[in-house]
Design a protein around this ligand. Structure first.
Ligand SMILES: Nc1ncnc2c1ncn2[C@@H]1O[C@H](COP(=O)(O)OP(=O)(O)O)[C@@H](O)[C@H]1O
Ligand SMILES: [Mg+2]
Length: 347
């Protein structure tokens, strides 16, 4: 069942169309990831859901109620910001208690109720032993958990997380990602997580919403988005290295570097497209060899192959080889609109 419904949502700042017509249903208990490059409107979209930004057009419903005109604290939504600034002069307890105290008059929380809520939220996030510390006495990962506790303590229906892991170093980040997913599963909260990092998006999302220039490009499971991209933007935004794109017969043809392999390794030669490939450079990445080269007839379109290291085939610089891609792994796109089109007959 969908908990949040967003319809025709726009936010224009003068001539900048930060969010430009978004329709989106978010299911109850879902971990939804919004993925897109910097400046595509992710934060603006989140701020409108939270009630911090007034839409230019469109409506937001949460649990069937139109909340478009409601102030943030009446929406049952909490947001953790990219710079989840904790109050430096307050200890962890008071940081987490802050939103409860702000709501005290409406909700009539007494001191004991506040203490109980703070302590139980802190236990859930395993920071209950840190309640007396100041933020500067915490590690990056601990601070991040305090910020999530502060957002969760009011028991929101929806938790909005705007690039909350971007301040952590790589190792801590993978760890925090794991913890966040576990926490979301066990609390069953509806979470919307914003990131520009495709690896983070693929790892966390039940579904991913890919955005570009204020518009949704595609919504789907990580696998769907990766294997079945709706357009050239989605096809090339996900995947590292990015999908190879060649101009062929008036359209665009794409295939991923991991699907572009020496012909000798191909198990379906009858259902594959064969290419003559000139190797210009080879990079050893440990688990893979990354090959840079050119397909005959495409001298201006650098084409990459990602060959697993357990494939011993000799691939020498300045060598010419036959490479192949399964037809199933080749995607075609309209040259003008970038939209996916039906497979085109191989010639
Ligand atoms: N308050 C504002 N005034 C004017 N332009 C803004 C404002 N907030 C965001 N923008 C612009 O809207 C676009 C989307 O910004 P934002 O939502 O922050 O993107 P993202 O979070 O995806 O990086 C950008 O071009 C940004 O410069
Ligand atoms: Mg942002």
């Amino acid at each position: 069942m969908s908990l949040v419904q967003i319809s025709g949502l726009k936010k224009h700042f003068d001539t900048v169309r930060a969010v430009d017509g978004v329709d989106l249903d978010i299911d109850e208990g879902e971990f939804l990831v919004i993925l897109g490059p910097s400046g595509c409107g992710k934060t603006t979209l989140m701020r409108m859901i939270a009630g911090l930004e007034k839409p230019t057009e469109g409506a937001i419903y949460i649990g069937d109620a139109d909340v478009t005109a409601l102030p943030p604290r009446m929406r049952g939504v909490s947001m953790v910001f990219q710079s989840y600034a904790l109050y430096p002069h307050m200890n962890v307890f008071n940081n987490i208690a802050f939103p409860l105290r702000a709501q005290r008059r409406e909700k009539k929380f007494d001191k004991r109720a506040i203490r109980e809520k703070v302590e139980s939220t802190a236990r859930t996030l395993e920071i209950d032993m840190l309640l007396d510390r100041r933020p500067r006495q915490l590690s990056g990962g601990q601070r991040q958990r305090v910020a999530i506790a502060r957002a969760m303590v009011t028991q929101p229906a929806v938790l909005l997380l705007d690039e909350p892991l971007s301040n952590l170093d790589a190792k801590l980040r993978a760890n925090a990602r794991d913890e966040l997913k576990d926490f979301q599963r066990s609390s069953n909260i509806t979470a919307v997580f914003v990131t520009h990092d495709q690896i983070e998006a693929m790892g966390l999302g039940d579904r991913i919403v890919v955005m570009s220039e204020g518009k949704i490009q595609q919504i789907g499971t990580p696998q769907r988005i990766y294997d079945d991209p709706a357009n050239e933007f989605v096809a090339t935004f996900l995947g590292s290295p990015s999908m190879n794109m060649l101009s062929v017969d008036g359209h665009r043809m794409g295939f991923r570097p991991e699907h572009f392999l020496p012909k000798t390794l191909n198990d379906k030669p009858d259902n594959s497209r064969i290419f003559h490939y000139y190797v210009k450079r080879v990079e050893y990445l440990g688990s893979d060899r990354l090959i840079y080269g050119y397909i005959q007839g495409h001298d201006n379109e650098l084409t990459l192959a990602k060959v697993p290291s357990n494939v011993r085939a000799a691939l020498a610089v300045e060598g010419d080889y036959e490479f192949a891609v399964h037809n199933d792994d080749i995607k075609y796109f309209d040259k003008r609109t970038g939209l996916r089109i039906q497979p085109v007959e191989a010639n």
